[in-house]
Design a protein around this ligand. Sequence first.
Ligand code: GLU
Length: 487
Amino acid sequence: MTLRVRFAPSPTGFLHVGGARTALFNWLLARKEEGVLVLRIEDTDQERSSEEHTQAILHGMEWLGVTWDEGPFFQSDGLDRHREAALSLLESGQAYRDFSTPEQAARDREEEIETGKRTRRARERADAMSADDMQARMEAGETFAVRFRVPDGETVWNDKVHGESRFRNAEIDDLVILRSNGTPTYNLAVVSDDAEMGINLVLRGDDHLSNTPKQILLHEALGNPVPSFAHVPLILGPDGKRLSKRHGATAVGDYEKEGILPGAMFNFLALLGWSPGDDREVFGREELVEVFSLERVLKKSSVFDFKKLEWLNGQHLAAMPLKELVEQVKWRLTGKGLLPEPPASGGREAIDIYFLVELLKVRARTVEDLLDQAEPYFSTDIDYEPKAVRKQWAKDAEAVADRLERLHAELGDVDWDQERLEEVSRGLAEELEIGAGKLFQPLRLALTGSSASPGIFDVLVLLGRERSLDRIQRAVNILRSGELPTE
Ligand code: GLU
């Protein structure tokens, strides 16, 4: 039998990490078992659902690479079928009409709270009503809800994560399946859709555990094959409370904006509630398809560790094909107006972005990080780090200016390759009888605005002769002006 799973988000919010994790587990299983993943948008809550959210969910899944095989189907397209299912249960006596007034319903609830028991008063009233009476009420236009008649006994299923799970039916409410305005409720719609779509495994969050016995009973009453169920544990924030906005970004789209790579997010989500059984942590998509199994889904909640996501991102960043990474960086630099570079003036060569990204990626944790480090190479406007200015320039501004000026002169006509640049610069430091750092640190600041960068000769090569000399000259001018950007 082909495995058929589904992801069934409600478009009442953006794709959040919990939902994405559910989607991803379903995807991994479907890939592994050569099954089918159906995407169903549960949009029956008209007021809270929106097209914007639907689009964000689809985009988030595509970004993660969690592709679906069938759909997207929209739950609201099945309303007639849902209604028919409710009416068929009414016909067979497995559901009943509830004419209770709001006052009666409120009293019933109070009684249940007081006694701590399911009283099934609505059912008693319905059963006590004669057929004629019922007919008369309907003809008089009185509205009624349709409630499912929960059978006696116990509902048991073998949860693929939690093992044998059981609920006493006496504790389950005779749930409304059709509201008095004729709209189907959540549990009925899900059951009808899962049956229609041939879903044979429902894998979703623990928050749905209490719906499962109701859905199993509905499937049985409707004569449907009952799917298997697997409930994955909740995701908690670092403080042990259920993950929420208080803890930071919970929408997958926010991480995309922050420069988290889709492969890293995928890897991270897979480890939320699943473990490979050894200490490996860095996985690619295909590897996860290989090693993923429901048996290793953890029973206990997992903690969303932002630091770990960053770390994983750094790992993926470093392992990513350079071309892909360069595309990401280029795309963002273009967004900031730094690319394409202004028409080359004075014979300036374009920055070799491949070389730059190669150099920067080892010290970056996110693409945004990498971008921050890449920006000074493209920007014509250098922001000098005040702390570095105080340390490298301010103490001895005149002497530093002299040194940089000498270097400017020396570099004027050398061959612009690493070896030559190193030879000339070190030679100058020796001649001036200063440690190389006394020349290279002020130079680094002049070239990049910062005290941390890749090797100084790599930086010179990257920037090219014209840009490097411009930047050195500019530093000399600032140093001579006495107006140092130290704040
Ligand atoms: N639409 C439900 C939700 O967003 C999920 C339904 C299900 O997976 O059964 O939580």
